[in-house]
Design a protein around this ligand. Structure first.
Ligand code: RM4
Ligand code: MN
Ligand code: MN
Length: 437
């Protein structure tokens, strides 16, 4: 009863009332209608595009709701969530505005759900559920027996590996209580200097450790193996690229797949080709969306290279259709960005919009014409076809899908007009520090 009461008070603390969103939509409606009609008139798959956009949701990680930072410093914003409950509340705000962020992904131990039942109830009240749970063996926790200084699942010492395996199994248990369906594993394991590590043994140890974790997965669960070429280790990373991740996930079995984080590639890597081949093999687990200019910059999705994002979505749509996969649920869609100078909620709203825009553009590609152009080696025409879709202003389509779902025509504008951050600051104070990176 105590926790129930708590939930009710909590929700009334920060909740976007639908009529306020409707009111804003109403004010913008005739302008929207004009723009919508001008793009809709040229589409022969309008209903399909709107339907697919309406179904599409992107998970928000619990560590993204607070202000991020770099190793040089962190400049906190106001009204940051002080607890897991408040993070869920913030995702509720995002979802109420864009109707495309209906799940939250937890990082353990940054966000341990103390009472799974009440956390689930709170999420459900806001129309949310729990996406993949993430383990953390890249930091030492207070009271931890053995250190991860020299790695975790790949460690030379079996006792360290065992500790890391047990942590992952514990994370699965937390996830089961929340009805998550996947464990996401990112390791910082690697080496900083040549000679430090025997690559083959490190890989074999990682495989063995992952096999133990795999054995603990419930039948309807998946394990997502994320790769990253460098940082915090700067000479080698034990799961450094998609080949290494694919090798592990294929050795592990059908419940293991490869997770692509857009920032985890060396410059110039053709990510869309990686995506296409992983999908072909049924090994694409899902995405951590962000954008990057130099490395794992964790910038707002679509802020640096929206064309690349479109090309990735073009392969995703093509590849998912080739396998008859349901776009919205076939793979895991999540944002993994860090918000150092923007309001995290605004940044997340921008990221979700960018993803939906790229997805909508990909849905507009004239596939039949593209296939014909490819068959005829008509390179110029193939480019024209892709860019015709990319250069279409699909924002009215994204807005219409949001409207039909009960969201805002322009989520970020609504967030500002409704002065949500001011309310959060009033409730939580100016100087709060969220847990996470
Ligand atoms: C890593 C990787 C993981 C994320 C951590 C915080 O670079 O992207 O997915 O969990 O950062
Ligand atoms: Mn990631
Ligand atoms: Mn990263």
């Amino acid at each position: 009863m105590g926790s129930l009461l708590f939930i009710i008070i909590f929700i009334s603390a920060m909740r976007i009332e639908k009529y306020t969103v409707d009111e804003l939509n109403h004010q913008q409606h005739s302008k929207h209608q004009r723009k919508f009609e001008s793009v809709a008139v040229d589409l022969n798959n309008l209903d399909e595009v709107l339907e697919k956009l309406s179904m599409f949701n992107i998970a928000i990680p619990s560590w993204a709701l607070g202000t991020g930072g770099t190793r040089f410093g962190r400049f906190s914003g106001g009204g940051e969530p002080r607890s897991l409950e408040e993070k869920i509340e913030d995702v509720g705000v995002i979802h109420a505005l864009n109707k495309s962020s209906n799940s939250i992904s937890l990082h353990i131990p940054w966000d341990i759900p103390q009472n799974a039942a009440s956390i689930r109830a709170l999420a459900a009240q806001l129309g949310l559920h729990f996406d993949a749970v993430n383990s953390n063996t890249f930091q030492d926790q207070k009271d931890q027996k053995l250190s991860y200084k020299f790695g975790s699942l790949h460690h030379v010492d079996k006792a360290v590996r065992k500790q890391a395996v047990e942590h992952n199994i514990e994370v699965i248990k937390y996830g089961m209580d929340l009805d998550s369906k996947a464990l996401s594993v990112w390791l910082s394991d690697g080496s900083n200097f040549p000679g430090q590590l025997n690559f083959r043994k490190a890989f074999q140890n990682t495989l063995e450790s992952l096999q133990e974790i795999y054995a603990a997965l419930p039948d309807d669960w998946k394990v997502w193996v994320e790769y990253k070429p460098y940082e915090p280790n700067f000479y080698s990373t034990t799961i450094g690229d998609w080949g290494q991740s694919y090798l592990l996930s294929s050795k592990l079995g059908p419940k293991a797949q490869t997770l692509v984080d857009l920032g985890h590639h060396l410059q110039g890597t053709n990510i869309e080709q990686i995506v296409s081949l992983l999908l072909m093999e049924g090994k694409l687990a899902g995405f951590h969306f962000n954008d990057s200019k130099y490395g794992d910059d964790d910038l707002t999705v679509g802020s640096i290279n929206p064309y690349q994002l479109f090309l990735i979505f073009n392969e995703l749509v093509e590849g998912m259709d080739a396998r008859g996969m349901e776009h919205a649920t076939a793979i895991g869609w999540m944002i993994d960005a860090s918000h150092n100078v923007k309001d995290p909620i605004e940044d997340l709203l921008q990221s979700v919009q960018a993803i939906k825009i790229a997805y909508a553009q990909a849905l507009l590609v004239d596939k039949t014409a593209l296939q014909a152009a490819q068959k005829n080696n008509d390179v110029a025409l193939a480019q024209e076809i892709l860019q015709q879709a990319y250069r279409t202003d699909v924002r009215p389509l994204v807005a219409e899908a949001s409207l039909r779902n009960g969201g805002a025509l322009n989520p970020i504008e609504a967030y500002r007009k409704l002065q949500v951050r001011d309310q959060l600051i009033r409730e939580r104070g100016l100087k709060t520090v969220a847990t996470g990176l």
